[in-house]
Design a protein around this ligand. Structure first.
Ligand code: MG
Length: 376
């Protein structure tokens, strides 16, 4: 497919490291469009609708879920990709898939599962996203997983320990050599952080755990509050909040585009491999914006993620994950037939990995129902 309009440092399918299993090209879709479509058709993607972002799925209909979070990441990423002549379909594919390995109940679920897996190699949602795409999805007759392009897989694996990187081959290499991923991968990383910082403010206020008054102490929010309030002094709170968030998003995205453009001009990479060889990422906010971003993130940590009500929910869902893990390790036949068959005859770490795959794939409500059935 044509790659006209792409910058020389963008991912270009004509120069891709390709797929693990060779496939004939599609007549009317580019290879990264094809990856995006496979991700959207996957079972794990549909499950994102019922997985927690910050608030457990049943707490309310209007909170972000992993699905709407992933869509927001994609929106931010695609805007920036187009502005910088990067590969938009690849950016979209990585964005939509970046959280596929998340457990039910968000980070609380991931931490609990990681603790259960301590003696069996641990559990990391990032690595799990890749595992879902490479191994767990089973729809295609010719290969396991979705057989995605190297650059899509590279983008999904954001972090990785050296121990795990050694087992992953090509896609793990950069963690051993301390090199970079392509620009689209770098971009999704930042788009993810921009998306959650902003939507978590909205969700936090909706839940009544954060207030506009409290957020005003935060300099970046406070500055936009003052501007909006001055111009629209009678605006009701919901619209006021939304107007502030959309302005913050706009300013951060414009800063990201400007700063990344500056860095690209300075480094002048001639290809994706020159981007990869760089000592640090080229997609970045300015130092000043990054400071504001981090300060907002810390604010959310302190006042939202560690809010007493949130912590109470965390303890509850961690107990669910621990109970499920213990029950399935004790009797693998309690899992669905496919996973029970996979675990049959295994013990120790290999058995635990099948159990972790099963639990990680669950939606919030499925995990709650399974827990009720097993433990009462
Ligand atoms: Mg995310």
């Amino acid at each position: 497919m044509s790659t006209a309009g792409l910058a020389p440092y963008a991912a270009d399918e004509a120069l891709s490291r390709g797929r693990k299993y060779d496939e004939p090209a599609s007549a009317y879709r580019g290879e990264y469009q094809r990856d995006r479509d496979r991700i959207i058709h996957s079972t794990s993607f549909r499950r994102l609708a019922y997985k927690t972002q910050v608030f457990v799925n049943h707490e309310g209909d209007l909170y972000r879920t992993r699905l709407t979070h992933s869509l927001e990441v994609s929106q931010v990423g695609r805007t920036v990709a187009v502005a910088l002549n990067l590969n938009e379909p690849l950016t979209e594919a990585i964005s939509l898939a970046h959280d596929l390995g998340h457990t039910p109940f968000g980070h609380a679920g991931q931490d609990a599962l990681n603790a259960c897996m301590r003696d069996f190699g641990g559990f990391e949602h990032n690595l799990q996203s890749l595992r879902v795409l490479d191994e767990i999805e089973d729809k295609y007759a010719d290969f396991p997983g979705l057989n995605l392009m190297f650059e899509t897989r590279e983008g999904i694996l954001k972090h990785c320990s050296a121990r795990n990187a050694r087992k992953l081959g090509d896609v793990g290499e950069r963690f051993l050599r301390r090199t970079q991923a392509g620009l689209e991968a770098q971009l999704v990383n930042v788009a993810d952080a921009i998306a959650y910082n902003n939507h978590d403010i909205d969700d936090g206020c909706r839940a009544g755990l954060l207030s506009i008054e409290q957020l005003r102490e935060q300099p970046f929010f406070g500055k936009h509050y003052d501007e909006v309030h001055r111009r629209y002094p009678k605006l009701e709170d919901r619209r006021l909040l939304y107007e502030i968030i959309r302005r913050m998003l706009g300013v951060v995205i414009a800063d990201l585009i400007g700063e990344t453009r500056r860095r690209l001009v300075a480094a002048a990479p001639g290809s994706i491999d020159e981007v990869r060889a760089g000592s640090e990422p080229l997609v970045s906010m300015s130092d000043e914006m990054h400071e504001q971003h981090v300060s907002l993130k810390q604010f959310l940590h302190q006042h939202l993620y560690r809010h007493e009500k949130k912590l109470a929910m965390t303890r509850e869902v961690q107990a669910i994950v621990q109970d499920l893990f213990a029950a399935y390790m004790n009797d693998v036949d309690q899992m669905s037939p496919q996973f029970a068959a996979a675990a049959n005859g295994l013990n120790g770490a290999p058995q635990a990995r099948v159990v972790a795959d099963y639990i990680a794939g669950m939606t919030d409500r499925f995990a709650i129902a399974a827990h009720r059935n097993l433990v009462g």
